[in-house]
Ligand binder design. Structure first.
Ligand SMILES: NC(=O)c1ccc[n+]([C@@H]2O[C@H](COP(=O)([O-])OP(=O)(O)OC[C@H]3O[C@@H](n4cnc5c(N)ncnc54)[C@H](OP(=O)(O)O)[C@@H]3O)[C@@H](O)[C@H]2O)c1
Length: 100
């Protein structure tokens, strides 16, 4: 899909980029993500947001918590390695959250 829409200068948006309200803890506590948080001294939310951005997706994380909003915007001072990007991609479950 990303390759197809790129032909039209269109970029995909990641809906529910942190897993969605009430459903963040599965991702936040995934062993692969926890391991990468320790390598960078960043939170799970920051690792996930950075993955979206490096994967070339638009990510608009939702938060009503000022501390979280500042944290979620602080993802420009580190990079994930190619190996970390690949490891994070293995979390993919090919799950559809909605049909349109
Ligand atoms: N157009 C549509 O129909 C549609 C449908 C789905 C989603 N979206 C868009 O997708 C975006 C996000 O959706 P979403 O808010 O449902 O899902 P989300 O971004 O995947 O998850 C939001 C949840 O993550 C928590 N969170 C955010 N930053 C955190 C942090 N640093 N540490 C711990 N928890 C953190 C938030 O809690 P706190 O509030 O406590 O921080 C909230 O419970 C929005 O822009 C939304 O508009 C649009």
């Amino acid at each position: 899909m990303k390759a197809h829409i790129a032909k039209y200068s269109t970029v995909m948006e990641s809906w529910f980029p942190l897993g969605g309200r009430g459903d963040t803890q599965t991702l936040f506590n995934a062993p692969t993500i926890i391991a990468i948080t320790k390598a960078h001294g960043k939170s799970s939310a920051q690792i996930i947001i950075r993955w979206h951005l490096q994967a070339g997706n638009i990510a608009i994380p939702g938060s009503s918590n000022e501390k979280h909003i500042i944290e979620d915007a602080s993802v420009w001072d580190f990079s994930l390695t190619d190996d970390e990007m690949s490891r994070l991609a293995t979390i993919n479950k090919d799950r559809r959250n909605a049909n349109y």
